[in-house]
Design a protein around this ligand. Structure first.
Ligand code: AMP
Ligand code: MG
Length: 419
């Protein structure tokens, strides 16, 4: 048996960043930025008003109060978007709206609330200190100041900063092209009536949806029986068109395990026993000739176990970091939180447990309980509907007691948090 970290290191060692494309900012949402970028503009680009009010010379209004108002002549009207820079002599003011450039002669803004709102002459009833309600050019960023780093997300926030800093396009890693192949002679399409022995193929949806959530372009989703020839034909059709092929099922020691039977002998895909539960059997490698042409780099292949909870955990622990690394993400693993167990549960001896869990934030902190009421089981696909993350329990722990603190990962798609 090998450790999870050993398997993950093998996976990441093969997950080289894909080439990048230049795309419109809107198309970079949720993707990873391929280069670090500096601000092209000063932010704000010009000194502007933070309030609707009047641009004034602060000395003129130093003594203003409700009892001793100051009257100024209004010599200009400055809406947002104006280019004008009227000169203001002593005793003069410009009406100004939020975001409009502050005239060079003014050094303070009097909010409209401290005035009578006059359009030709304005009555000012409060003083304004030098610089008040003025946003200075470059106070947020100077041209050339760092803005975003390579490998960070094209989040809504980062994109708005880039747009403000003068960018219309940005370079992002190409999306990984991913195909999913579910193996199993018992599988039928979701919604189809079941004969005895059959089950709906849920892994195809599970894995393809997760792949999309993590930035992939889905090339194909294929369901094959346990006939090796069928799997071989499916792989042949996909090998030249994908960066990653994720297979489920057929990786254990059974008599009808076509993935292992087909891919193990050449050694391109290695089948390991990983010290985790669920997810012990893991296949991983890269297809080479004869699957792809001479000298070509074939797709990465994951052979995940077929049980739905195993496939889910395996995707999150191994495939997800791979997809992020292919996209140049600087962080490929999820942040772990500490959570207090709301109930106890059993854990397997000698293997790290990844338990589908319900994670909640309460007034007393983060709490966790198993998603499955009747304990863990890699076949409990119904319990996945209740999982919003998983608990990670050290291999040495035999039982989690109520109140124990465990590590949890809250499920985040690479688009946003899930409830
Ligand atoms: P396997 O890894 O092929 O031995 O399958 C282990 C278990 O997972 C069996 O009970 C399968 O019926 C089930 N299973 C395999 N593939 C799928 C799938 N695509 N959807 C749902 N269950 C599956
Ligand atoms: Mg099978």
């Amino acid at each position: 048996m090998i450790e999870v970290e050993t398997q993950l290191a093998r996976v990441l060692g093969e997950s080289r960043q894909l080439p990048s494309d230049t795309v419109a900012l809107a198309a970079a949402h949720g993707r990873y930025l391929a280069e670090s970028l500096v601000s092209r503009y000063a932010l704000p680009p010009w000194t502007n008003s933070a309030m609707d009010g009047y641009a004034v010379r602060s000395d003129d209004v130093a003594a203003a109060s409700p009892e001793t108002p100051v009257i100024l002549d209004v010599v200009a009207d400055l809406p947002a978007g104006t280019a004008s820079d009227p000169s203001l002599a002593s005793g003069q003011a410009a009406r100004i709206m939020t975001g409009a450039p502050v005239p060079a002669d003014a050094d303070a803004i009097v909010p409209v609330e401290a005035t009578d709102g006059g359009e030709r002459r304005v009555r000012i009833t409060a003083p304004a200190k030098r610089g008040v309600h003025i946003r200075s050019a470059g106070e947020d960023r100077q041209p050339g100041d760092p803005l975003v780093t390579a490998g960070s997300r094209g989040s809504a926030e980062a994109l708005s900063a880039l747009a403000s800093a003068g960018y219309g396009t940005v370079s992002v890693a190409r999306r990984p092209r991913v195909a999913v192949i579910a193996t199993g002679s018992e599988l039928v399409a979701p919604g189809e009536a079941l004969e005895r022995g059959q089950i709906p193929d849920s892994n195809s949806l599970l894995i393809s949806s997760l792949a999309i959530e993590h930035g992939s372009e889905l090339v194909d989703v294929v369901r094959v029986s346990d006939e090796v020839a069928e799997l071989e034909a499916a792989l042949q059709a996909l090998a030249g068109r994908c960066d990653v092929i994720v297979l489920t099922g057929g990786v254990s020691m059974g008599a009808y395990d076509p993935v292992k039977e087909l891919l193990s002998p050449g050694g391109q895909v290695r089948f390991e026993k990983v010290a985790m539960q669920p997810g012990k059997p893991q296949g991983f490698g890269r297809l080479a000739e004869p699957w792809v042409g001479e000298g070509e780099l074939g797709p990465l292949v994951f052979g995940l176990p077929g049980n739905p909870v195993s496939a889910w955990v395996s995707f999150l622990v191994f495939v997800r970091p791979c997809l992020r690394a292919l996209q140049g993400a600087s962080v490929v693993e999820d942040p772990r939180l500490s959570a207090r167990a709301e109930t106890g549960w059993r854990t397997p001896p000698g293997r790290r447990q990844y338990l589908p869990a319900r994670i909640r934030t309460t007034e007393s902190g983060v709490v966790v309980s198993p998603a499955a009421a009747r304990g863990s089981g890699s076949h409990l696909v119904g319990s996945l509907a209740d999982a919003n993350g998983y608990a990670i329990v050290d291999a040495r722990v035999e039982r989690v007691e109520e109140g124990d603190v465990v590590q949890v990962v809250r499920l985040m798609s690479d688009v946003g948090a899930r409830l």
